[in-house]
Design a binder for this molecule. Structure first.
Ligand code: RB5
Length: 144
């Protein structure tokens, strides 16, 4: 399942990503926001990450104005590997090498077409495991 969340800086792009994923038949859970009003991105990050961690097949998509704050917040949550993305090569690597379980996008940075290419690339790419698993394990060993 794909868990979506955005603050006011990411709301418009989140709505677009949600529609595009639903159109493709992807199962989506939207944790909000559901209308434009100012919220604090760490709250959105926490809510999405909590649901992502319920099932190892879940993936999260977080959107704020730049993607920066919401990715920083997500990466404070133990078990979360959040990649801030603005290109398709990094989207592929985030899945293949880093086994990202959350991606962050900038709603005030990306156009909708590029954002959807990034999302589709990330969701279509599998983790390669092996040497990368050891590195992912070492990342989680840094958690306090
Ligand atoms: C909200 O104005 C903005 O600061 C937020 O969406 C995000 O860009 C923070 O990193």
């Amino acid at each position: 399942m794909i868990i979506l969340g955005a603050d006011h800086g990411g709301y418009m792009l989140k709505e677009h990503v949600k529609s595009a994923l639903l159109e493709k038949g992807v199962e989506v859970t939207d944790i909000g926001i559901f209308e434009v009003h100012a919220v604090d991105y760490p709250d959105v990050a926490q809510a999405v990450c909590q649901v992502v961690l319920e099932n190892e097949d879940n993936k999260g998509i977080l959107i704020c104005g730049t993607g920066i704050g919401i990715s920083m917040a997500a990466n404070k949550v133990n078990g979360i590997r959040c990649a801030l993305l603005s290109d398709c090569y990094s989207a592929r690597m985030a899945a293949e090498h880093n086994n990202a379980n959350v991606i962050a996008l900038g709603g005030r940075v990306l156009g909708v077409d590029l954002a959807m290419e990034i999302v589709n690339t990330f969701l279509a790419t599998k983790f390669q495991g092996e040497r990368h698993q050891k590195r992912v394990d070492k990342m989680h060993a840094l958690e306090i």
